[in-house]
Design a protein around this ligand. Sequence first.
Ligand code: BTN
Length: 260
Amino acid sequence: MARGFLKGLRPWSNYAVRPCGRVPWTIREFEEVESTNDVARRLAEQGAGDRLVVAAERQTGGRGRAGRSWTSEHGGLYLSVVLLPPPRPDRPGLLPLAAGLAVSRAAARFDAPARVKWPNDVEVGRAKLAGILVEASWSGPRPWAVVGVGLNVKNPVPAGGARLADFAAGASLAHARDAVLAELDAALAELEKDPDALCRKWERQSSTVGARVRAESLAAGAVEGIAAGLDGDGALLVRTEAGTRRIVAGDVLHLRPVEP
Ligand code: BTN
């Protein structure tokens, strides 16, 4: 199998973990890559199986949503999960939400009172703890998805950021990774089984629903109102003076709470 793009990259481990008897994750860990999402995607294209996890100690070109970069210094968790095929192709907008919910639950295992902010940030108060970048192809002969998770564990964070070590001094990358994979496993099963129930759980765990927000959206421009909840595809319903507007994650540049 051609592995040219991995030349010079040193996977320092390659092993499987099996969360509670479910489908095992195969974990490949690297010291440094440009972006774990890119490596995961290339490995998927080259025939990697379902549930491959690509993790790195550092990223030199970590990517975030809406074309932003993701600073990836030593001490953070940077991993990407390959899903082949991705769950619920009939409702693709829910995968990023399921991932965010999973990461917020993983953070709670470290006593971090994390909440999800639509579409898929994980925050403690207003401080960002983790971000999710889902890239996927939902059609064609071999649908795939890569779920990328960047979680601040004990890496330096800018002012206004949060990290697990602030809540659990002994938080290790290995424990954080295992918690994220276990919660992701559970959330994917919930998504598969009952997507509407997953949406209601997401809403309860959210800092967005019930708040007054202002969204800057490519398709809809600026929309301000009260976030009422999710629709069945994970779009955010915002109640404005002119009626309810539907905001789609892929269109949104920013979503900010607005002080009443
Ligand atoms: C965001 O909040 O904008 C999403 C950030 C996602 C960052 C993670 S780190 C692991 C994976 N690899 C990447 O290049 N990005 C994601």
